[in-house]
Every structure is written in structure tokens, then in C-alpha cells.
Design a protein around this ligand. Structure first.
Ligand code: NOJ
Length: 526
């Protein structure tokens, strides 16, 4: 099984990229919301953790309806989060610590407070009007059709001044851009250059399967659940962005393709060749561990065809934290550790979400404290994503746990004092120590290993593979996804255990005895 990579190695080919959900990371201005200075102060923590790069969720000026994914100015920093000067300082200090930094690009929609949209509303004859998808009302004066927004409620909202409706596939404050208008392309090229000129190392592209909408989007009688994205025209946009990014050297373009009924075939279409370098593999994110023996090889083939890089991810700011998805409690954490160790042994980029190194679970957030527009737009029928976005506890002292001295914008999750960074820092059995050790070993043993994995025959649902090292040694990774112990035969005797996600792994000659729900990394030289 091979990750077919181009000859030259780009920095992201084996990078561990840590996602910083800025609002909940560290608050230096003491207003209850995390900020750029807070992050800069914590760079030593991230360097020490052993990650290679950071991905920052949107920090641009924004009314915050969708917590930054409603951008009012693509080329500035929200006053509550910092300033451009502070951004430059952060980038500089991150680079000094050998941490790369990628930023979030939100090209599918703007905020309704963006000057383009304001002009569009004020002057129906302005060029900006054509940046968006305004459509005539239906004959009864209602919306063009019954299309629903991803966040619940209708996808069309009336512009009372003109009597037309505008499209918003997310919140009413997130009007969709019309990518069939070449002026929109020109505006975004300027935005890309603005950040590339400042020195960012790449972009995470929000709703990368969006941008272009089906030409049927305003057809009367359209089904409310009609999926109007995944239009092939968008690939041309990524080809041009890839060329643009390449002018600046090694700059990463990673796509967020959160496809309904996700398939590898559809997601990987965007990756490799002259398209995106990577797209998050959300198939694995939601698949039970028991299916990974099949899905990992399939994923490698799909995403590394044509020189793309696989991008593994278990958690982010939109999904339930994976220890909770895996059942919660001690068992959920056990599965989570095994899962992370397996992904981190694979060729490709690994994306970690802040707090997973602390073993944070999904938090329970009361209805009163909920912030997510999904909760609001569905009248509470969908709980939304706040439970994975609660702040990072740094020290055991309530009420601010070292995150803030003010009231935090979202409450802390349960067990903040026990799970905080300070409590785990010196404890060799903590999840934090496990992550630090795992990332150090990955750098030491796996970064120089082959991009090819050789799958070792084992009993599904367990999965075992090895990667070859330049010293003619081999690194084996064995995942026992079963709730029973297993014995896996590897092709060499005398393997040394580098790390295991749980106690109880033993090696007898060339047989590795694996406890349930455990991953082990082993090394042999002979
Ligand atoms: C995906 C982002 O990750 C999510 O947080 C956001 O709400 C939507 N795209 C809309 O921008």
C-alpha cells in the first residue's frame, strides 16, 4: 500500500498540525475570549508538545454569528482577538520555534456585515450585488424555493428593499458568494496574496466542496434538501490557487470537504495532481475502530493517488470530541489513545484538535450557555457544537482555570481541575505525557520512514502494518480494535516495543500479544 508522493518532500508530508480554536485557547486580554496574544504566550507549550504546525480558525473581523466563519473583512484581525501587528508577531515567534502556521480561508460566504454585502443591499445596481446570489421572489412573493440551510431554517432570506431573496446555505448572516462571477475570483486572489505576503504557510479552505452552486439552485419546486455543491467548476479555482501559492514556495492548501454521505471517491477528487494538496479524511473520523483495517488502506490509495497527501483527523471544532464518540469514560479514552497512535504511525499529515492531548471529553453545555447558531436556528432541536469548543483549562484554580480572569464565553467542561495542563504536566501516566512521548517518537522513528506501508496479515478487526526506515530497520504498528486480546505474528523476531497506548503488550519471538483496544509501535533492526 503506497502513498505515491512526488520526489521532493514538502513540509506537510509528515506534519502534525495542531488546530487552535482561538476563542477557547488562551485569553490574554481577560475578556473571556481567547486571543492571538494568549496563543503567542503559549507557543512554548505547543513547541514542547512536539507539533510541527498550527492551524488557526478564523480570527478576522466578524460579528461572530458563526464564531468567525462570518467574515466581515478578510484582511484584518478582529479587535477582540488582536491586531495585524499582533498576528505578525505571532507568526514570527511561531517560525522562530519552527512551528508553521496556516490560516482559515472562508470563500463560500461572507458575513452580512461585509462591506460587499452592505453595498449589495444598498445599491442593487452595484457590481457587489453580483458577488452574491440574489434571486427574484416566487410569484406569491415567497422565496424562490423551499431550500433549507445547513444550520436549519430556510436558505433564502428576503431583501425587503428590492423584494429579491439572497441565498445563504448556512446562517442568515452568511450570504453565499457567487463564484460564477469572475470578480469574486479576483477578490480572493488578493486575499490569498495578502496572507501569503505576510508569510503564512498555507490555508485551510472552509466548505471546499462549496463555492460554486448548482445552476438549479433557485429552481422552483427544488427539494428542501437538494445538495447544491460539489460542482466540478470549483476544481479550476484550486488549480489556480495552487499555482498562486507555489509562487511563494511550500504553501499548503487543505480542503474541508464535509460531504453529506461522505465517500473517498468524491472527496479525493479534489486532491493531488494540480488540485489541493490535501483534504481532511472524514470517513475515518466517523468510522468505528473495527472498520479501520479496511478503511485505512482504501484511504491511502484514494488520497495519495496523483501525489496527494493523506490528512488524518479525529476531532475538530465541528464534531463531538473523539473520546466521547468512542463511548466516553475510561473505555472511550482507551479507544481514543489507540486510534491516535494508529493514525500517527501512518504516512501523511495528522491534524490534532486542541485539548485532545489532555483527553478532554465533549462538554455538557446548558441551553442558556449555548452559543452555536445551529442550536439557535433549530430552536434547540440540534444541540450544536459548543460541547467541543469549551475553553482549555491550564491550571487547577477555578473559576478561570488559567484561561481567563473574566467569565469565559463558554463554560469549562467537567473535570477541568483534574485535566488541566498543570495537573498533567509532570504526571508520566497522563494523556499529555502520552501525546508528548508519542510525538517525540514519531519524529524520531517515523519521519524518515517510507511513504509505503506494508500491511501485515492479521485477524480483522485488528490491523497491522510496517514502514521501512533508511537504517534498514522497520517500524511496526499494530492496532487491536477488538475487545479480546490477540496475537499478531510479525515477520521478524526481536522487536523492541517503542510505545503502547495501554499496558500489557508482550513479545515472544515474532509474536506480539496485544491487549484489547490497544495500539503498539515496535522496531526491529535485524
Ligand atoms: C465549516 C466550519 O468548520 C464550521 O465551523 C462553519 O460553521 C461552516 N464551515 C460554515 O462556515
Amino acid at each position: 500500500m503506497r502513498a505515491d508522493r512526488p520526489e521532493s518532500k514538502e513540509w506537510w508530508h509528515d506534519a502534525v498540525i495542531y488546530q487552535v480554536y482561538l476563542r477557547s485557547f488562551a485569553d490574554a486580554s481577560d475578556d473571556g475570549v481567547g486571543d492571538l496574544t494568549g496563543l503567542r504566550n503559549r507557543l512554548p507549550y505547543l513547541a514542547d508538545l512536539g507539533v510541527d504546525a498550527l492551524w488557526l480558525n478564523p480570527f478576522y473581523p466578524s460579528p461572530g454569528t458563526d464564531h468567525g466563519y462570518d467574515v466581515a473583512d478578510y484582511c484584518d484581525v478582529d479587535r477582540n482577538l488582536g491586531s495585524l501587528t499582533e498576528f505578525d508577531r505571532l507568526l514570527d515567534e511561531a517560525h522562530q520555534r519552527s512551528l508553521r502556521l496556516i490560516v482559515d480561508l472562508v470563500p463560500n460566504h461572507t458575513s452580512s456585515s461585509h462591506p460587499w454585502f452592505r453595498t449589495a443591499l444598498e445599491s442593487p445596481d452595484s457590481p457587489e450585488r453580483a458577488y452574491y446570489l440574489f434571486r427574484p421572489a416566487s410569484p406569491d412573493g415567497g422565496p424562490p424555493n423551499a431550500l433549507r440551510s445547513v444550520f436549519g431554517g430556510p436558505a433564502w432570506t428576503l431583501d425587503p428593499k428590492s423584494g429579491e431573496y439572497y441565498l445563504h446555505l448556512f446562517d442568515v448572516d452568511q450570504p453565499d458568494l457567487d463564484w460564477r462571477n469572475p470578480a469574486v475570483h479576483a477578490r480572493f486572489e488578493e486575499i490569498l496574496r495578502f496572507w501569503l505576503d505576510r508569510g503564512v504557510d498555507g490555508f485551510r479552505i472552509d466548505v471546499a466542496h462549496g463555492l460554486y452552486k448548482s445552476t438549479q439552485v433557485a429552481d422552483p419546486g427544488l427539494s428542501p434538501d437538494f445538495r447544491c455543491w460539489e460542482q466540478p467548476e470549483v476544481l479550476e479555482v484550486y488549480r489556480s490557487w495552487r499555482k498562486l501559492a507555489a509562487e511563494y514556495g511550500q504553501r499548503l492548501l487543505v480542503g474541508e470537504l464535509f460531504l453529506g454521505n461522505y465517500t473517498l471517491d468524491r472527496a479525493s477528487r479534489y486532491v493531488g495532481g494540480d488540485g489541493l494538496h490535501e483534504a481532511f479524511n472524514f470517513l475515518l473520523t466517523f468510522a468505528p475502530l473495527e472498520s479501520w483495517y479496511r478503511l485505512i488502506p482504501e484511504s491511502l490509495s484514494a488520497f495519495s493517488a496523483e501525489g496527494g497527501t493523506p490528512a488524518w483527523v479525529l476531532s475538530n471544532h465541528d464534531v463531538v470530541r473523539h473520546p466521547s464518540r468512542f463511548g466516553g469514560g475510561a473505555l472511550g479514552l482507551r479507544r481514543a489513545r489507540a486510534a491516535s497512535m494508529t493514525l500517527l504511525a501512518l504516512p501523511g499529515s495528522n491534524y490534532l484538535y486542541q485539548g485532545e492531548e489532555l483527553g478532554l471529553m465533549q462538554s455538557t453545555v446548558s441551553a442558556r450557555a449555548r452559543q452555536d447558531p445551529i442550536f439557535k436556528r433549530t430552536g434547540g432541536r440540534a444541540v450544536g457544537r459548543d460541547g467541543c469548543r469549551t475553553p482549555i483549562p491550564w491550571i487547577p484554580e477555578p473559576p478561570g482555570y488559567g484561561f481567563t480572569t473574566a467569565a469565559p464565553w463558554l463554560p469549562f467542561g467537567a473535570g477541568a481541575a483534574r485535566l488541566c495542563v498543570a495537573a498533567q504536566d509532570k504526571d508520566p501516566s497522563s494523556t499529555l505525557s502520552f501525546y508528548r512521548g508519542m510525538l517525540r517518537l514519531r519524529r524520531e522513528w517515523l519521519s524518515a520512514a517510507s511513504d509505503r506501508i506494508s500491511v501485515i496479515e492479521s485477524q480483522p478487526p485488528s490491523f497491522a502494518f510496517c514502514r521501512h526506515r533508511p537504517d534498514s530497520g522497520r517500524i511496526y504498528c499494530i492496532l487491536n480494535a477488538d475487545t479480546q486480546p490477540i496475537a499478531t505474528r510479525i515477520d521478524r523476531a526481536g522487536a523492541r516495543l517503542l510505545l503502547a497506548s495501554a499496558d500489557g503488550v508482550s513479545i515472544e519471538a515474532n509474536v506480539v500479544i496485544m491487549p484489547p483496544l490497544t495500539t503498539a509501535w515496535l522496531y526491529t533492526r535485524s
